[in-house]
Design a binder for this molecule. Structure first.
Ligand SMILES: *Cc1c(COP(=O)(O)O)cnc(C)c1O
Length: 485
């Protein structure tokens, strides 16, 4: 048979489109998407035929047969794959709680519910229910933030980087800002204090040294051009040894002398005393406000455990100035974020409850022993699951419970080793790296990490539902088989 003849035996696009089965697909996915999938399935079949030598009759016939019988499945498969969202949930087995690659802070149920209700309909986002007139955006949210932090006023923008940009643009543009050389921070993702300063139109006036900066250094730097003092929390590194840091209180004294505002970039917005849970103490927002900082900014989705946002709290006169700045409009948050922020801050009105309800805090403060019990439990479920219906079947993997170390992540608590437990999978027939890759390709991907020759799943970031799903994924040891799946 001629090769061209073979190609002609493949069904035509229009005849495939007319089939009843295809019509069903059109109802589900729309005509254009199905047409595209049909064309691509046929292209794939032609390509496969193209690989056969022109005189390899038997191979050609066999390939054609396979194409003909498989083409409808292929169309369905293409549509299924294409229809899946590219941004999708994953199971986090890394033990890194604020994993920036995995979306930082997961939101709690109540917060999501409220945000969904507000965003799914109309709301009083910028509407005054008393007067029936246009109101100010997010007033409700700001009131709650002030109650929790003790600040006079508050506002929120897209993220903390945006908050810094707005603060510097509104309060220091065209002048100088005094910063310690020990606090010229770079955060992952291209956020550097000197650069954000330049962008905000403020000149950086560095004082002190990397390890030591005293109040006198700040005082000497003050001149006609000075617009503010800036303190940056060294959230992702520590300077230890022979050090001297100028405290907020000391800067507040300078403020009395000079009338210049003290700005603080806190990084993570910690609102509860982490020391209570045996973690390193992080400076709390409330303390900054009390110590006399005029403007404090922090992230919504780091240790605060809320949606992505940059929250700015402080003296009313400065916040008002920022709200009127044109950048505020460009950087403003949407209603989904505003609703989620208010809901999270309300949970902080009762700090004990916050530690239970906010997923980031719950994961961060869970005792290792509790996690160990979860790990033992999942390990046992995995062993049973892998064995499947053949109790004497070959062991696909060795499952153990191992001590490990979780991290806060997101550039927070950089020094903190958080003791935890992982379920370790040591596959018998494939490398652990191959198992890791297979788990990443699942419809609901599972992200673990490799340690030695094993795949680790840290139970600190794995919830009850996730654990059930993982046990299901290992059913009958399919995923551990040598042959590619
Ligand atoms: C994380 C961080 C930022 C950036 O915050 P985003 O919300 O990620 O924009 C800025 N400053 C400090 C000190 C930080 O730790």
């Amino acid at each position: 048979m001629e090769k061209n003849e073979i190609y002609r035996r493949l069904p035509r696009v229009d005849s495939l489109m007319k089939e009843k089965e295809t019509e069903e697909l059109v109802k589900e996915y729309g005509y254009d998407c199905v047409l595209d999938a049909v064309r691509r399935a046929l292209d794939a079949a032609r390509e496969e035929l193209g690989y056969c030598a022109a005189d390899a009759e038997e191979e050609l016939a066999e390939t054609l047969g396979r194409s003909l019988s498989g083409i409808r499945n292929k169309i369905r498969e293409i549509l299924c794959r294409e229809n899946r969202m590219n941004l999708m949930p994953v199971v986090n087995g890394t033990g890194i709680i604020l994993h920036t690659g995995l979306g930082r802070a997961p939101l709690g149920r109540e917060v999501l519910l409220h945000a969904g209700q507000v965003a799914g309909g109309y709301s009083d986002l910028e509407f005054d229910l008393e007067t029936g007139k246009r109101g100010e955006r997010c007033l409700n949210f700001e009131e709650t933030v002030c109650r929790v932090t003790g600040a006079e006023a508050a506002m929120a923008v897209n993220n903390n980087a945006a908050a810094m940009l707005l603060i510097l643009s509104a309060l220091a543009s065209g002048g100088e800002v005094v910063v310690s050389r020990g606090e010229l921070v770079e955060i992952g993702g291209g956020f550097r204090i000197p650069e954000i300063m330049e962008l905000g139109g403020a000149a950086l006036r560095e004082v002190g040294t990397t390890n030591r900066t005293c109040p006198e250094d700040y005082r000497r730097a003050v001149c006609q051009e000075t617009k503010a003092f800036l303190k940056v929390h060294t959230s992702n590194y520590r300077i230890i040894g022979y050090t001297r840091e100028t405290t907020l209180e000391e800067l507040a004294e300078l403020k009395e002398e000079t009338g210049l505002p003290v700005i603080q970039d806190l990084g993570s917005g910690v609102l509860v005393d982490l020391g209570k849970y045996g973690l390193a103490r992080e400076p709390m927002v409330q303390e900054s406000v009390r110590s006399g900082a005029d403007v404090v900014s922090f992230s919504g989705d780091k240790l605060l455990g809320g949606p992505q946002a940059g929250i700015i709290v402080g003296k009313k006169k400065y916040i008002e100035k920022m709200k009127r700045h044109p950048l505020a409009r460009a950087l403003r948050i949407d209603k989904f974020t505003a609703a989620a922020l208010e809901a999270v801050f309300r949970q902080y009105l009762d700090p004990e409850k916050a530690a239970e309800k906010i997923p980031v805090l719950r994961m961060l403060t869970r005792p290792a022993e509790e996690i160990r019990a979860d790990a033992e439990n999942l390990a046992e479920r995995l062993r049973t699951s892998i064995r499947g219906d053949a109790p004497d079947g070959a062991e696909g993997a060795r499952i153990t419970v191992e001590e490990c170390v979780s991290r806060a992540g997101g550039g927070s608590l950089p020094e903190q080793d958080i003791p935890s437990y992982a379920v370790a999978v040591d596959p018998a027939d494939i490398p652990a790296g191959e198992l890791a890759a297979r788990l990443r390709r699942l419809e609901l991907p599972v992200i673990g990490y490799l340690s030695g020759e094993k795949l680790f799943l840290d139970m600190r970031t794995i919830g009850e539902k996730d654990a059930g799903y993982i046990a299901e994924v290992f059913r009958a040891g399919e995923i551990l088989r040598k042959e590619a799946r």
